[in-house]
Design a protein around this ligand. Structure first.
Ligand code: NAD
Ligand code: UDP
Ligand code: UDP
Length: 314
């Protein structure tokens, strides 16, 4: 049994990771300031004697005793990370420094939830880990993209300078139950709009692409990376390489929900990447990992989750 710290544990990915690690017989300490996450995501774990939840902001130092750290704290959706951009950069950068300091004192492995956003609006398609990206450092997405890039720099400098065991994971768009219905992301927006019979808001002409990974696949990859051979640092892409346009995504959601919603076209947000698709050969070779859940199947489960959520609110 290990004692495992998850920062951002009350969020979408953190709540799934907490549940998996508890089920595998570990003790889990979640640290979260509830900025975008919620206690509700963890309600089924709160009575577990091996689970502990601490309200704490990772921009401040944290002194606890644990065996592994998963550093997930950071708002992940554009409307949330752009709401207070200075705090977003602080969370990524100061959060990384504090958690790396903690890992250094305890001499324990630490995993960073990095992102495909480090590739920016990519000019190389699909994206291998060796691609250095095309990020606008002064744009409205930069607080997130550059914060995550700086966190990667800190991870590799602690690795080189202090011999820390680091694992850097570049996560591509992920969806599933426990997504926040109000976070403005495309999967949650389209599903909620379809279920309510409202217009589906396509930004731009809808030909931009994303590659969507179902949450259980993502969590499998994350745990495999944390427990991968010593010295394997990544960065490693974890995502589903099947690429879809936003129009295709909308059509699938309309078809599964049987909704009568119409598509409407709105302005494309600034610096919105045109395309995104991971190359996952490294994850296949080093972690023996690849995604298993098709978009159609994952969307069905996610739509069911949102349907229940909606009926509880009505
Ligand atoms: P989320 O917003 O649901 O979860 C983030 C959690 O971090 C929330 O519970 C929030 O309250 C907490 N948090 C934010 N700032 C904090 C701070 N200063 N101190 C303590 N807690 C803080 O997002 P998510 O989708 O679960 O993403 C988790 C991680 O994975 C993030 O680091 C995100 O950048 C990364 N990621 C996610 C995706 C995705 O598609 N979901 C893609 C790429 C990367
Ligand atoms: N830190 C922490 N918990 C610990 C150890 C360190 O939060 O258990 C913080 C510490 O406050 C510092 C940061 O991590 O701000 C980086 O620590 P490090 O030892 O690398 O740097 P230093 O303390 O020398 O600045
Ligand atoms: N998007 C959209 N309608 C929405 C929300 C998002 O067309 O209601 C588009 C958005 O412009 C982007 C894609 O969907 O091109 C994915 O957006 P999301 O915010 O989910 O993720 P990210 O841009 O961070 O990959």
């Amino acid at each position: 049994m290990k004692r495992i710290l998850i920062t951002g544990g009350a969020g979408f990915l953190g709540s799934h990771l907490s549940e998996r690690l508890l089920n595998e017989g570990n003790e889990v300490l979640c640290v979260d300031n509830f900025y975008t996450g919620s206690r509700k995501n963890l309600h089924h774990l709160l009575d577990d004697k091996n689970f502990e939840l601490l309200r704490h902001d990772v921009t401040h130092p944290l002194f606890v005793e644990v065996d592994q750290i998963y550093n997930l704290a950071c708002p992940a959706s554009p409307i949330h990370y752009q709401f207070d951009p200075v705090q977003t950069t602080k969370t990524s950068v100061l959060g990384a420094i504090n958690m790396l300091g903690l890992a250094k004192r305890l001499k324990i492995p630490i995993l960073q939830a990095s992102t495909s956003e480090v590739y920016g609006d990519p000019e190389v398609h699909p994206q291998p880990e060796s691609y250095r990206g095309n990020v606008n450092p002064i744009g409205t997405r930069a607080c997130y993209d550059e914060g995550k890039r700086c966190a990667e720099t800190l991870f590799f400098d602690y690795y080189r300078q202090h011999g820390l065991e680091i694992k850097v994971m570049r996560i591509f768009n992920t969806y599933g139950p426990n997504m926040n219905p109000e976070d403005g992301r495309v999967v949650s927006n389209f599903i909620m709009q379809a279920l309510k019979g409202e217009d589906i808001t396509i930004y731009g002409d809808g030909t931009q692409t994303r590659s969507f990974c179902y949450v259980s696949d993502l969590i499998n990859g994350m745990i495999r990376l944390m427990n991968s051979e010593k010295g394997f640092t990544g960065p490693v892409n974890i995502g589903n390489p099947k690429e879809f346009t936003m129009l295709e995504l909308a059509e699938k959601i309309i078809q599964i929900t049987g909704s009568k919603s119409k598509l409407i076209f709105q302005k494309l947000p600034e610096d919105d990447p045109l395309q995104r698709q991971p190359i996952i050969e490294l994850a296949k070779n080093k972690l023996g990992w690849e995604p298993e859940i098709e978009l159609q199947e994952g969307l069905r489960t996610t739509i069911e989750y949102f349907r229940n959520l909606k009926s509880h609110h009505n």
